[in-house]
Design a protein around this ligand. Sequence first.
Ligand code: ZN
Ligand code: ZN
Length: 173
Amino acid sequence: MNNPQNITANEDSRVIPAWSIAAAGLAFLLVEYYFWFVLPEQKDHPPIGFRIYFSLSWGALAALYFLMVGYVSKDAPRRGMSWRFWTIICFVMPAGIGAVLYFLLRAPLISRCPACSAHVQSDFHFCPQCDYQLAASCGTCYSTVRSTDQFCTRCGHELATDHMPARLRVLGE
Ligand SMILES: [Zn+2]
Ligand SMILES: [Zn+2]
């Protein structure tokens, strides 16, 4: 059986593109280079403990910055957002504010309806184009339920009294 959670996990592992991993490694090496080759040349260079601490922490920060920009550039299109706009925002905003804004404002993931392949968001229960049931839901309050639940966790409705084919059309197949 095809487990939808496995598919999502596989997609997530590729969500950081190779160029941003390479840029992150390069940024880390540049910071190390500065602290171990450029800084010691100067007259009043700081003690070795200072250099170990700051070379590692600033190197990690610089690497993280490029990984984050890479992640945003891959993640935004999956949500129907402009990756150019958000990658630039992440680059321009200082101290990772752009990334924080992105995670606050990002739209839900977009996938396709299995029946008519219209674009649907991950929090939709029904396809807006063909009424295909995308997630199992309670027949009374329409909140999401698991196919193994007997009663709705939100309103206590007995799920067995719903039309079984409608409730389990997706998950039971
Ligand atoms: Zn549809
Ligand atoms: Zn309910």
